[in-house]
Structures are given as structure tokens and as C-alpha cells.
Design a protein around this ligand. Sequence first.
Ligand code: NAI
Length: 675
Amino acid sequence: MNMIKLANFLRVYVRFTIAVIVLCISDDLFSYGEGESGLTYRISHAYPIIKKVIHALESCRKPVVAALLENAKGEHLEIALSCHYRTALKTTKFGLPQVKHGLIPGLGGNEFSTEMAISIGLVDEVFSSSAEAVDRAVAFAHNLAGTFPEHRILRNCFMKDAAKGEQLMTKYMSALSTKNEKAWSVYMCLQTTYAASFLSFEEGLKKESEALQFLISSAQFRALQYVNESEILASRWKFSDKFNYQTVEPVQVRKAAVIGLGTMGSGIAIAVARIGIPVYVMEFNEAVLKERAELIYSTIRRMSLRKEITETMCNSMISGIVPISDYSMLKDVDLVIEAVFELISLKKEVFSNLNAVCKSTAILASNTSQLDIDDIASVARDPGKVVGMHFFAPSHRMKLLENVYGTYTSYQTISTAMHIGSLMGKVSVLVGNCHGFVGNRMYLHYMTESDFLLEEGAYPEQIDTTLKEFGFTKGRFEVADLSGNDVIYTVRNGTHPQKKHGKRHRERVRNGIRYCPLADILVESGRYGHKTDGKGWFKYVDRVPYVDENITQMIKSYRESHDITPRTIHFEEVLHRMLYCMINEGFKILEEGMASSPNDIDMVWLHGYGWPKSTGGPMYYAFTVETKKQMVASECKKFKFCHTWQPSVQNAILMLSALTKDATALPTLIHLFSE
Ligand code: NAI
């Protein structure tokens, strides 16, 4: 029955013949991910009709029971909320995901978490078997026949914590600012919920509708729609009509292996086991193997304790991860992922060993972050079976997987790597074989530019604050301290810092290109970051970064020793240079065909490097940058929803800067909004 018929039905027939109504709500009524135009169309055309249905359901004088099957999300759940009672399956998943899409629930629904659905009394009856779900819901409804459930109508209910509205608002605002949240939909969702605590139902709905209208015409909504579409497009790799994601079958992986159980290998083994594939794990000696396997098992147990996985899953993952010490055990595996140290000689040695024992159909993947896949493949019996599978730390959690194809990688090998990534729930992006692939190649420019800025007059805290204001969760220097400044030193100098000691390089030009050795000086002074007692670009107390006078002094002395007169660098220059240097590299990557689309580059940065989702990614941002200021300014003028503040541009600035909690955000925002 379509929505219009349902509305008429409720209006006309219910009055006479029907005692109770059971509305079965399954998850095929609406879905997200259809693109901006589909969603926009739905909101402008379908919502007015759905609102009528909701009104008819709510005001129906016979009890209406929603039988929630499978997923009860988004508009489905909002319709269910307008029913007087709700039944669900144990496995039904609840949620209002509109916020992730840059919107808010716009049909009268309120924010609540999936886990809380049962505990907050949203559901009246839960059934375990889907086969009996409808019959049991009907039986439940029959017991209600003859009653008029006025007290169950949502508009007649009061918010439980209404009196604490302001207090809760402050608490959640502070949580958002700690998370450096920049999505306006999240903020608006909080505002509409707060508004519900002191406004009448009708006034609340009006506010909600205003907020939705604001969001749907915002740049953030367009960016988030782009992100959702790009996530889907990333998996649709295509070389030709003959060789693409639809035509090339992946190899079926029944058994896998991971070599090297350090930071990356341990997480990869967990990710493989989690998709139900038994996995052998290897280290270079027995003692390390035992210790690392135990660490893996305890990580899995912690996942179970946190309810990320069930106990059954926990047990099967643990029994599926089998430590082995001999390559001969690998003769029947279908996929090996190597994650040993980043040394080409070692990688080749491991691949030669695999070559000698693995069956000819086995796919051999390397987790290298920058080495040449063709070089690694040169020792393989069949280079077509060699591929890069570049995970990101922590590899069982991070959503990005860069799959790297070399000159000889076969389509079937590519298909398998992409398939495994999607089974793991990752955004798998297929990229070409160049130094650093897509993500690290661009990241190198980002780091280099920040060092030039230090040289010229900026300081680490200024650069990091600017980046965080833009929306990055962490700044460039904080990230370096976290992952270890020594690691990138080794990449830059081709040798470990301890070996370099005593032979300091201080050149400002390397291979004919501008070079800044400040990061080398930092590392050679023993400041690797968190791993060296929290001393890096910052000093840390409880892992919170603080400006370190020694670093300020180090930078000043460096400038003096090179006769560099520092200048005041405006935050805007910092932001532009930090972002545009990598965007430029992104265009080069596209030109060389190392990524098949700007969307793929954006997915790498969003899911691997913490680029703020609400700006779409570096390439999307580049396309919007021309008109960005005008858009922000005009959106700000439309920003008149908030109850407690006056609808002015200045107040919108205050609201947004409150989100960042950082007073330094204010000049940035005033600058952006006043242009
Ligand atoms: P790690 O140093 O934490 O772990 C490497 C492990 O390999 C160690 O446990 C070591 O004992 C083991 N190993 C060394 N030689 C071995 C051999 N012959 N046989 C078996 N095991 C051996 O290094 P991490 O960080 O896990 O990096 C591994 C690979 O992943 C590298 O290629 C790195 O570039 C790449 N990668 C690292 C990322 C990171 O954030 N750490 C991110 C993405 C890729």
C-alpha cells in the first residue's frame, strides 16, 4: 500500500470496521546512499505525504502497533514512533542515521542510541524469531482492542529530562568540542533535541523543519552526500568493460596467513579472523611469536568484553588464529599478507620463502607503506599474484585499505584484494604503484610544507591549531609525535637516526630541491615523540600536548644559524599552504593515473588520515574552494534557528567557536564569516 492510500485508509476505514492496526515496517521502504538528488527529492516530495501518514497514525482512535522487522532506521523508525506501540525482533537494529548524512531526523523523531532503544521503553514487546514476528505482533495488538491509547501518543508525552535541558546541552556541547566535531547536523540535532525540552510539540516540529531546511541547502550536506557516493564508487574498480569489479571473480580465500606480528600484522590477523577466515601467524622467532599471539588473543578478548563481538565470535576468532613457526605450514593457504619491517631486502626474502612453499594459486600481498610492488614481485614465481594491501593502524579498526596494483598484478588478484577489503567492512581504494602510493605520497608534501612554515616563522602549536580548526582530529605535529618522528626520519634519510648520529646533515637543499632539516634535528636530539617519554614536537602530560619552550628555542636557534628572519605568518597562509601542497600532489597523482578519480583520493584522506568528512576530502574541497567563503557567509546568514542566541552572523560565529572550545578559533571564524 503506498503512503497516500495508507493515509486515506487510516482516515476512512478505521473508524468503522477495524479494532486494531498492525503496521509491518521492513527496511526496504527507503534507503540512503542514493545520492544527493534522490535524498533531496525524497525530502521535498515524499516527506509531506509521510508527515500526513504520521499525523493519521498518531491521531487514530484505534491502537496502532508497529511490527519492526530487521532494521528500524531513519524514516522507518520515525514512522514507528508515531504508532502507539512497537514490537521488534531481538536482532532489529535501531537508529536515526540522518546526522551522518548531514541532516537531522526531520519527521518528528528524536535522537537516541541503538543500544538504548529497548531500555528507554521504545519497544513494548521483543520476539526472537522472525518467522513468528508478525503473528506475535498481531496477537499483541488483539489484547489492545477496545482501548484508546491517548497516553501513548508521542505528542502527549513529556521529555524525561526536560528540566535538565540546559545542563545536558552544555554537557553535550562540551563533548562535541572535545571531539572537535564540525558537522553542523550533529550540532543541529542537539539543538532540536534541546528545543523539544521547552517548546510545545508543534513549535518543536517547526524548529526541526527549519533546521532540516537549513541543512539540506548547506555545503556540508552536499559534501556528505558526495562522501557517501564516493564510498560506494571506490569498490567499483574498472580497467575496461571486460575487466572490472563485476566481471572478474575473486579467488575464494579459505585459509590465510600473516607474516610479522608487529603493530600492523597483529591487527591484520584480527581483521582476517573476524571475517571467519582461519589465519596462520608467523614471527621471526618462537619467543616473539608466543608473546605476540598472546597479545592478539587479549585484544580479541577485550573486544568481546566491550561487546564489539559476541563471545562465540571471540572464541572462534581465537581458535582461528594459529601461530606457526615453519613456512612449510603455508602450503595450502590462499592468501598471505606480509607485514615485516619496511626493508626491501627483508620483504624480498620473505616473498622468496613464500614462493618456495605456497601453492601456485596463492595470492601474496605486502602491507608495505611505500616500497615498489614490482620490485617485491620480482622474486615471485608468478608476479601476477603479488599485490599491495596497505592497511592503516590500528589495522583491525581503521576503515581504509589502499590496494596497490603493480605492473604484473592480475585482475583476479586485484579482485581478491578488493573483495577481502569489503568483507572486512573497509573502504578499499585501488591505487597505482608509485612511491608512497596515494596517501603517504601526499602526506610527505604536507609534512614538508609544515617544516618550511616553521623555518619561516610559524610554530608547531600554531600549525596544529589551524589544522584542528579546519576539522582534522589531530594536528600534523601531534600525529608525528604519536606515530614516531624516528619512523619518518628513516624514510627521509634512508637510515635509522641512531646510525646517523654524529654525521648531521644541515643542508637546506637536497637533490636540487628545497629541504628543511628541522625534523632531523629534533629526532637527532632524541625526541621521537610519545615513545621517548612524551617528548617530541610537544611535551605531553597524560598524552595531552603542551608547548615545549625547548622546541621554541630549537626553532629560533635554527633560524638564527641560517640567517633566517622570521615573519608573522597568518593562519590563512598556514591553512592554504598545508592543504594546497597536498592537493597539488593529488592532481599529479590523477594526471599520472595512480588514482582513478578524485573521489578515490578523497576516500584515502577521509578514512586514513582524519581529513574532516564535512568538507568532502582534499579534492572535493579544491573544487569548492573558489566559492567556499561566499557559501559559508551566505549559510551563516540563514543560520537563524537557535533559540538562545539571536539570529545574527556574529552569534553563529560564537556558536561555532564554542564547538571548537578554543578561543583562537574566533578570529578564524570572524574572518571567514565577515568576508
Ligand atoms: P613493526 O616493527 O611493529 O612490526 C614488524 C614485525 O615484523 C615485528 O614484530 C618483527 O619481529 C617482524 N619480523 C621481522 N622480520 C621478520 C621475519 N623475517 N619473519 C617474520 N616476522 C618478522 O612494524 P609495523 O609498523 O607493523 O610495520 C610493518 C609493515 O607495515 C611495514 O612494511 C610498514 O611500512 C607497514 N605499515 C606500517 C604502518 C604503521 O602505522 N606502523 C601503517 C601502514 C603500513
